[in-house]
Design a protein around this ligand. Sequence first.
Ligand code: MG
Length: 382
Amino acid sequence: MQKLAPYSAHSEQSKGRLYKESSPTYRSEFQRDRDRIIHSAAFRRLEYKTQVFVNHEGDLFRTRLTHSIEVAQIARSIAREMDFNEDLTEAISLAHDLGHTPFGHSGQDTLNACMKDFGGFEHNLQSLRMVDQLEQKYAEFPGINLTFETREGILKHCSKKNARDLGDVGQRFLEGGQPSLEAQLTNIADSIAYNNHDVDDGLRCELITVEQLRETRLFARQCETVSKLYPQLDGRRMINETVRRMINHLVVDLIETSRQALLDSGVRDIDEVRSYGRPLLMHSDEVAKDSLELKQFLRQNLYQHYRVLRMSKKAERVISKMFHAFMDDYRILPTQYHALSSEMAGDSESALARVVADYIAGMTDRFAMTEYRRLFEPGELT
Ligand code: MG
């Protein structure tokens, strides 16, 4: 059994599941959540979804699946060191991207724009929708019926408008308050993972260079250490030595700064963490500044690179054209959506739009491209 700090999430004190179930026999409640997530269809789809690069660009680039595993690795190491609940941390990490559309950020922005008059589209909320409603695995309830604590962690952000319909899990977006330390941790581990793997992937596909990256303090400092220790080293091994040190630097700073913050705060349990006025997990001011600088560098030089933008524009066209085609005539949706859609179309246009958004959001990159061809290319099989 893992030793748990008093302010961490304790499985036996969970606020429970939407549908009451008996406790698992040889697992904790959070282990069961983690296992349910791994066995979900949405989790398997992460393999063919991407964040910045598109799936077919090369075998070595991160997918949302490997990204989620990296987030879980970073977050679990920290959780274990700080006596937070490692099972809950892992469950949140593996589930945090389940609601993402195909084609990363541009896919999500496009779907949100398409859904403007129908309640919008938020990927965090969609991740929650995935585990609460869209997965169909159990006889007695929709979704995979996770604990409050895992659902709280999945819902990283939420608009006030949507939070009102969510019951207890939406409460903190209306009244203020923080999620568990495990949720706060996963959130930061997410950005440690993607900043570093985007550096790595960006260098791999030569959209950015080591010389450019030396303009950022975070990269420059570790790169300098590596060159001093190994003056002959270059290429991949030099990059890998640098990136692993960057991750380590961020993790160590996070542990040390947060440990002090927890001590200073005097919080004694998870309720005090939730009602504390600000997050208790954080980087030092200096490292926070350096991380922000790296983030801005990536935005300018990688996410806005013309080759990335071309793909984003393509994604916009694919998603919005599909969305409008399905809205024009729901009968071209696959049969299993018909009952739902015809019922809903009679009901209201926004209910139909939600069915279409769920269908599109669930697509992987490659499925979306195939479906697009089936819809719009006359020579393609339907
Ligand atoms: Mg993520």
